[in-house]
Ligand binder design. Structure first.
Ligand SMILES: [Ca+2]
Ligand SMILES: [Ca+2]
Length: 246
């Protein structure tokens, strides 16, 4: 199987890995992955950039559904699912193991530009093992997307999100919600230690009435992002006092 540059006609990669005629090839909608099926009765996922084999579905990896051979493959437009047409005239739809996690993070009490706010994420197993962690800025609609470092088909995962002055919150990730995740973060953690307590209170009180030009200005105390430290920030802190992050 060859991968060509459509502009130049150059072969970028020659991919060999199937043991038998390749029946079907499909690009993921984000262009990052290729799925293939072959006469060896497997489906394989490949990294387009590196041509590395990422995953094989066969009888032994729990996909007896493909043992009759797959002759057609197609991703859903959102990349979340893959349809496999089998030689026995049936169709199987399964979750794309390399689909993006997507969702919204609501930064409560914030009136500034949410796209300036970095949010850190941790993806864990049910036993607490960290599978992936990353930091990204939200878009202006408070949305995020990320291709996890590991396939997310394992299920029973937990995603934790935390903002610069918002304590962490967690949500479970499963096959039905992994593209519509939603986390609402609690504002007031000025010092970023994932607890809203007296230390944060002191930061707000010390910077009270400050503007960015003031000697006592402390950006950490401007909880609502309006470039002043005033009663609004104080109220956010007092309302959320004693919150502890996930
Ligand atoms: Ca704190
Ligand atoms: Ca403020």
């Amino acid at each position: 199987m060859n991968l060509w540059d459509a502009q130049t006609g150059q072969v970028i990669h020659t991919i060999a890995g199937h043991d038998g005629t390749v029946h079907a090839v499909a690009f993921s909608p984000n262009g990052l992955f290729i799925a293939t099926s072959a006469a060896d009765r497997t489906i394989k996922f490949w990294d387009v950039q590196t041509a590395n084999l990422l995953r094989t579905y066969d009888e032994e990896t729990g996909s007896a559904q493909f043992e009759k051979g797959v002759v057609a493959l197609a991703f859903s437009p959102d990349g979340a699912k893959v349809a496999a047409g089998r030689i026995d005239a049936t169709l199987v739809v399964f979750r794309n193991p390399f689909a993006e996690l997507k969702g919204s993070v609501f930064l409560t009490g914030f009136s500034g530009d949410v796209s300036t706010q970095p949010v850190s994420f941790i993806l864990k197993t049910a036993t607490g093992a960290i599978l992936d962690s990353w930091t990204q800025n939200l878009d202006s609609n408070q949305r995020f997307s990320h291709i996890p470092a590991v396939p997310i088909e394992a299920g029973d995962l937990t995603l934790i999100a935390r903002g610069s002055h918002w304590v962490g919150r967690s949500t479970s990730v499963n096959s039905s919600n992994f593209q519509s995740l939603s986390l609402t973060l609690i504002n007031g953690d000025c010092n970023g230690d994932n607890v809203i307590d007296l230390s944060d209170y002191t930061i707000v009180v010390t910077a009270f009435n400050a503007l960015p030009t003031s000697g006592n200005w402390d950006a950490r105390a401007d909880l609502n992002g309006d470039n002043t430290v005033d009663l609004t920030d104080y109220t956010i802190l007092v309302t959320n006092f004693n919150s502890i992050g996930a």
